[in-house]
Ligand binder design. Sequence first.
Ligand SMILES: Cc1ncc(COP(=O)(O)O)c(C=O)c1O
Length: 422
Amino acid sequence: MNPSSAADVTDQTPPAATVPSSALHEIFRAAEAKERQTTTPVLKLHVGDPYFDPPQEAADALHDALRRGDTKYTGVEGILALREALAGKLAAENGLDAPVSRIFVTPGSAQGLTALLRALAEPGAEILLPELHWPVHLQQSLLAGLRPVFYPLGPGFRPDPEAILAAAGPRTRLLLINSPANPTGVVLDARAQRVLLEGARERGWQVVSDEAYEHYVYEGEHFSMASLERDLPQHQRIVHSVYSFSKSAAMTGYRLGYVACANDRTAHAMSVVQEAGIISPSTPIQYAGLAALGARDSVAANAKLVAHNRNVLLPPLCAAGLLAELPAGGWYAVLDVSSTGLDARTFADRLLETHSVAVVPAAGFALRPRLSAAGQVLSLDVPQWARSLVRIAFCGDPDLLPLGVEKIIHFARTCEVERAHG
Ligand SMILES: Cc1ncc(COP(=O)(O)O)c(C=O)c1O
């Protein structure tokens, strides 16, 4: 249910039943329905699924694990060999000092984030999210019983650390950062992260750092906030870091991610949430992940492929006035289609209908829920500025994406001309 008015919700309605499904989910279904109806392939610029494949080593290791019968439960935190390899990766690439006792293998980083927020949530506490965010972050926060507060983004959707700290209320306990960000592509530099960490520490918050796109940075460098805490004793650390095999190793369907908890208290809570939620991550998939970690060349090669798409595909959208600037990182670009006179939803629906191109109305990435005291979503507002925003993914096939971009520009032009002629 996507509640549209408080009248839809009674005292008996479970809060989870009032959490909105995401705009991504809806367009995913619409694109599939369109393909079934017409047999014309839809150009899929809506979904963050890459056109390149996971490393062969991952598939081989998966088969090997299955053949040798490595199919039993593992510990809730995952197999030791993988966690040791992850500790090595986190030290070498992210500057983290994360012992295996605080590393959890999760079925995708989405489940890792869900578990982590459950582990950290205090009843009724507030979490700071960017005002334009991955809608799943909102779902995860609400499902954990947290009350979202949105921090403002400046020009180019860049957050100002001082404005983030100023957005907090007396019940704020958590700050979520996502660099490189979905959907904005913004990369938070070390200076900004240092200011945020100091502010969070002074206010007694914990920080969740979603680094799913860590290997896709085109301007500047990826920076992991938890590296600033590497010399602190564990009980003083507050930054929990979340990573994914989906993007770096193109392993979206394997469902594999990992969480490095800042401290032992959170690691204990995380182990309970994992036990209650999944018992253990899939065993054969963990072996695939271990093998993928050994294939670092493919990570660099994947990053180059997406960087190429960004550099070639996006400039025409800038020239057409639909994109303000190239994203500094990630897989997505946020287009503003206000010149067409259409709101994002109508733009996306008509583009799919008439040109078989799927994009996501990013208005659904800026939902403002109004909550009851019990945490039920009573209504959802969309701020005016977000109503004309559309997200495209540029991790797709470079042989197909240019046609998708061409069709977006053509459709936008047609709408602009129609609008000019009244
Ligand atoms: C910002 C962000 N974090 C996490 C994820 C989850 O990825 P996965 O669950 O596949 O690891 C995604 C997926 O699109 C994402 O965009």
